[in-house]
Design a protein around this ligand. Sequence first.
Ligand code: SF4
Length: 320
Amino acid sequence: MSDPHSGSTAVAGAAAGSEEPSSAATSVIDPDADGGATSLGGSRSRLERIRARAQARERARAAAREAHAHIRAGGVRRRRTPEELKNVVERGQALLHGTSLPGGPDTQREASAEAVIAWAVREFGPWLAVASSMQDTVLAHLVSKQLPWVDVLFGDTGYHFAETIGTRDAAELSLDVNIVDVRPGQTVAEQDATHGPRLYERDPEKCCALRKVAPMRQALRSYEAWATGLRRGETSSRRNAPLITWDEKNQVVKVNPLAGWTDDQVDEYADAHGLVVNPLLGDGYPSIGCAPCTQRVEVGADKRSGRWAGRDKVECGLHG
Ligand code: SF4
């Protein structure tokens, strides 16, 4: 992994003649600031500290990745069967009031996001993964506080906005998580050769199935549960999303700790913890997917109306 941006970018900016070099960069290019040699030495030691911290983080991440993989490979216990996991779901729903009643979720009694995550971490440990579209990093941060170096599955379709890839990279540098890029069996070029170019225009169901759903389903076979950032307020099709459910399609437990959160709660949490968010959120994209299938929406419109705009399609297929 490359060095953190805080060190390498500052020096690169100064070398490129940036008008506003950071304090580190300034001391490198201003030998008179502190007697020259002292300043250069100070900058070097600062960069060395930054590099050492980055290396220590990478060692911790690698060690956790190895330990978690060992556990999931059966080193401690085997992956539980679907029937066993369904029993876990029932217990969790009863404990946390995390199910959907006929009239909708029991919002008065259901547990907080932190309590749901604590339950999931107790039940599954490293058999729990977080799914992230890199729209924001709130859920990854919440889970990493209770399960450091948790696997964060990012569906890397090959069609993402540059801002989304940047958010993924910033999350890796700033959070105690292990990001797993979940990629399709074919690159975009290979898919174009097999199915023709711009499959997303002609058959978005097939494109999503190939580039999102199948790879994520395959990845989830290594876990017992996944936590998603799905929220009831996002769109009408999600208004009854339970906190905990059995995901029949993917054959894993599905945990939605943020199901009851509003946009304001997400924004407030991100602000309070200084979390990276996808800059497109502030540029008219309240829901962010692949670039060819995501448009800006008018203020006040359904937040997911910019996804596959003009089509009946409202979900990629991962969430039903
Ligand atoms: S969102 Fe669009 S580009 Fe992305 S996988 Fe689905 S159809 Fe393909």
